[in-house]
Write a protein that binds this ligand. Sequence first.
Ligand code: GLU
Length: 446
Amino acid sequence: MTSPIVRFAPSPTGRLHVGNVRTALINWLFAHSAGGKFILRIDDTDLERSTQEYEDGLRADLTWLGLVWADTFSQSHRFDQYEAAAAKLREMGLLYPCYETADELDRKRKIALSRGRPPVYDRAALNLTDDEKAKFEADGVKPHWRFKLSGERVEWNDLVRGPQSIDTSSLSDPILIREDGSFLYTLPSVVDDIEAGITHVVRGEDHVTNSGAQIEIFHALGGKAPDMAHTPLLIGADGQGLSKRLGSLSMGELRAQGYEPMSICSLLAKIGTSDNVEARETLDQLAAEFDFGKIGRSPARFDEADLKNLNASILHGLAFDAVKDRLAAVDPRAANEAFWLAVRANCALLPDVAEWVDTVFGDITPMVDAEDKEFVAEAATLLPEGELTGETWMTWANAVKDKTGRKGRGLFMTLRKALTGQEHGPDMGTLLPLIGRERALKRLGG
Ligand code: GLU
């Protein structure tokens, strides 16, 4: 196989959400698994809805995720090429002007449905005489332009869905150009895919029908249609279709919550596949495991709880140097290697360290039950002299046990609650030196 060239083609009309990041990721992983090239194409033919801010945002999100591109271009710079392609299709008689209004089309659809026929466009415009067209033009009615489908079956072997066959006689001829002369996505995408030498179009299964029409346009323009892969859509943890929540779960939101890019990529790469959902440290590892054959036909379930678990397991293995700056941004006292190594296993998200900063360095309210007051005060007097080290906790606990006779939970949990104000938390052996003698004695009421 020659090296694949793929593209991710978002429209800059909103923030990237988990659904389109998954498409970007699958394209990226496939390209990198096969020594290929990943291109970022900005689908901004809709000049009204596309904004520079969204474009900047999606580039920043992709970069943050590590989904870097080898090349990028915007459709809004290429209208001349689309006009040339449209002219070619007109010459071939494959792009024809239509003058129906939206209301008329709606009425036609309803009539067809009421007669038990599929609501397919009846191609009435193909029968217009030159005089009739001239009359519309003279009246200032602008045409929209439809591509004339062959009416035959379009077949391809989808890399995810297997053999596909679309009967184009069951489809309306797609509108490629609106009344105002603006291009819908269908034609520009094909023109760009041909020119960029795209070998594989990898996108969501909501585009399967488009593929039927687009494959015919590839052929009409003299190109070979790329291979196709249409991935099942995402569903939420509740098993429902792309919920409002999931649809709006943007990278901006996940970044603000403090998720690690690799937990997002690990989850999105593995859900809906035959692989286990497990965290990976690098995109290259995910790429090495990528295979279209592993992607199933049923929807991929995206559960935020899974994301959090993966995030926790990634944090547990993260070295201090990798997070130093982000820790400092949460709290300067968190930018401390011993502190990070002590608390990282107790954080699901990096900003969770704030809680442990308070626990270790802040003013906490010790948890001491009335009947433990005396015991805790006595323990305070037994805290070993000298610097508190990793061994201090056990040495101390043994001394307290020998002196008071307490052991097990009554010993360890009581001291933990007094020192941290909580019943759970990181290993006390590592926490105690960070808390330090002065704070420890204060908390023990000593
Ligand atoms: N801009 C289109 C979309 O976001 C691209 C589809 C494609 O990959 O061809 O749906």
